[in-house]
Write a protein that binds this ligand. Structure first.
Ligand code: F6P
Length: 369
């Protein structure tokens, strides 16, 4: 039987996603309603592992006042970071090189010293892998799945994804008229890391003519053939959506910056490559739009807001029941709990036999294959 909870902490890790503040609000209110205190750890684990950066304290007491009116706000009021992984914390050596060090024991010691009974960890694959490791070391942890990329396994969706898709779809809607007026090809690069969820869903909803995703390596000849096919039928413009992780069948992924200590590689640039090739080989006017971090901003859609509030409240219920090492998940339409170890380190790409992908093909959308 686990000891009763009096004080918990919450952190948000990795890239921000619309809905983080809604999770924080739900966790804080549900915790206070049980007579618990809730602290926010600043910037992932930065508030604990780099206290020198926080003269006013690396932990914030989250009161009802502090979480009033935040459910609709983008970002996260406690900050986030995709740099300070406690299992592989980058430490500069005397010779200037950077070495990755496991500082997870320091985290556990901090929790014990502060009388923190449990952690609600809100994040994507990286953060939930850390959460699982901390659980295995004895910390009570419940994870909440967040990412605009929707690439987490064992949950129908992550919050943040619907907002990103809605915004990308609106952008595509706007691009149709200008593309058609100028008889241009618009190439639109979207985020998503190694998964094509955002590109696929927004591409279909926004009426793209080609969608290039990491799960289906593309052939530029086929992408160009689709543009020419439309031109030959008098449809003199085309919209090509490219996921940042897409790659040509005979080439590499486009990378802005390679992985550094404690950080993953940064993707980007494939849109430019595709746009240049289409321009050179069709002679058409081509314009590139990179949606990038715009997909991470703004107010969460009502779907994401509700999912985030449900996830936050469910995380507190899990802790109350004595659970640890679980992630709240959406098994549509229900919220369920799955083991963190079933999620950690597993990426969910678009299944090639999914009906969504089949729908795109039935609508005549090309994947460049
Ligand atoms: O995981 C969310 C995400 O926005 C990815 O789609 C993208 O590849 C990455 O984060 C960008 O990270 P950063 O904010 O470090 O540029």
């Amino acid at each position: 039987m686990s000891s009763p909870i009096r004080r918990i902490a919450i952190n948000t890790g990795g890239g921000d996603a619309p809905g983080l503040n809604a999770v924080i609000r739900a966790v804080v209110i549900a915790a206070i309603n049980r007579g618990w205190e809730c602290y926010g750890i600043r910037d992932g684990f930065g508030g604990i592992l780099s206290p020198e950066r926080y003269p006013d304290g690396g932990m914030t007491l989250l009161t009802l006042d502090r979480v009033r009116g935040i459910a609709h706000l983008g970002g996260t009021i406690i900050g986030t970071s995709n740099k300070g992984n406690p299992l592989r914390f980058p430490v500069q050596q005397p010779d200037g090189t950077v070495k990755e060090v496991d500082r997870s024991d320091e985290l556990l010691a901090f929790f014990a010293r502060q009388g923190l009974d449990a952690l609600v960890s809100v994040g994507g694959d990286g953060s939930l892998t850390i959460a699982n490791a901390l659980h295995q070391k004895g910390l009570r942890v419940v994870g909440v799945p967040k990412t605009i990329d929707n690439d987490l396994d064992k949950t129908f969706t992550t919050f943040g994804f619907d907002t990103a898709v809605s915004f990308a779809t609106e952008c595509l809607d706007r691009l149709h008229s200008t593309a058609e007026s100028h008889q241009r090809v618009m190439v639109v690069e979207v985020m998503g890391r190694y998964a094509g969820w955002i590109a696929l869903h927004a591409g279909i909803a926004g009426g793209a003519h080609s969608i290039l995703i990491p799960e289906i390596p593309f052939d530029l000849d086929k992408v160009i053939a689709k543009v020419n096919w439309r031109d030959a039928r008098g449809r003199m413009y085309s919209i090509v959506v490219v996921a940042e992780g897409a790659r040509p069948a005979d080439g590499q992924r486009a990378i802005i910056a390679p992985a550094e200590a404690g950080q993953t590689e940064r993707l980007g640039g494939i849109g430019e490559h595709v746009a240049k090739a289409i321009q050179e080989r069709t002679g058409k006017d081509v314009r590139l739009v990179v949606l990038g971090h715009l997909l991470r901003g703004g107010s969460p859609t009502s779907f994401d807001r509700l999912a985030a509030l449900r996830f936050g409240a469910a995380a507190v219920r899990a802790l109350e029941k004595g659970c640890s090492g679980v992630m709240v998940a959406l098994a549509f339409p229900n919220v369920v709990y799955v083991a963190l170890e079933e999620v950690a380190g597993r990426m969910k790409g678009v299944p090639l036999d999914s009906d969504t992908l089949q729908t795109a093909r039935d609508l005549g959308i090309s994947f460049g294959d």
